[in-house]
Design a protein around this ligand. Sequence first.
Ligand code: PMP
Length: 338
Amino acid sequence: MKIKNNILETIGNTPMIRLNRVAKDFPCTVVAKVDYFNPGNSIKDRMALKMVEVAEQEGRLKPGGTIIEGTSGNTGMGLALAACIKGYKCIFVTTDKQSKEKADILKAVGAEVIVCPTNVMPDDPRSYYSVAKRLSQEIPNSCYMNQYDNLANRQAHYESTGPEIWEQTDGKITHLVCTAGTGGTITGTAMFLKEKNPNIQVWAIDVYGSLLTHYYQTGEVDMSYVHPYISEGFGEDFVPKNYDMRFIDHFEQVTDKDGAIMARRLAKEEGLFCGYSAGSCFQGLMQLKHKLKKDDLVVCIFHDHGSRYVGKIYNDQWMMERGFLEVKTCKDIINARA
Ligand code: PMP
């Protein structure tokens, strides 16, 4: 019988899907590793389960304990699923920039969610990093997962995402393209793939307003490059320990607008109803198209599902208010049909 013992056994082994219409002007094959097929609808299920398993092995998480994390939602969902099956409690600290749907989903799977202000520095006591740390010090039998500096994050991708991509492309992958936040996905996946073939090019996609690209290019932590941005799930205002920049060959920045528009194209033209960062990922690749050759095989990682962004990038009003979408007149609609 082919019966899964619990939901955690459905994590990973996500499909790889060819991009057809959006990639028609590319000289080579472009495919997407569509990780919204994970049970929590994002790639973060992989590292969430790994962080819990490692914390258990190290004795930091004990039966009946409380998992604490600063999360924008996807990591929280993965942790909540693991907590559900393994019998832990969860408290998540998030920011007011994240979609309300994400917090509601976390509550639906039994977590407590605390919302903190976005535009404060990481060391400010009101920041979600600081609040998460403080709670873990004050709540007995609790464990702060810290996805940013916890190397179980990139290890999960070294053990699952990397090998899956290698196998699904019969070892023919030439380029990996991935948005970068904690750095776990890109670093862990790249570490595995470059071990197999050091010539594979790894391109990180970042957002304007994030510190990462300038840090990668200069090694400097220059906060004058940091400004608020709308894109969700990637970009950072510090450099998490999960990065090993030696495995990344290029950083490319994308605007909030271009990422949002591209996510909408992926949904309409490929039937891939993905999150904001998937749009940014493919947009970043589009900006680098001139570097590709005929026999290349490019793999983009699409992190999460579009359902969490229905009130945002998939809402015309939200897009128009930010100048991401033109307001259409009757004349425009008639002309478009002519
Ligand atoms: N996209 C989305 C939607 C995410 O939730 C994340 C995780 N923060 C990323 C991209 C970036 O992945 P990573 O943190 O592994 O760099």
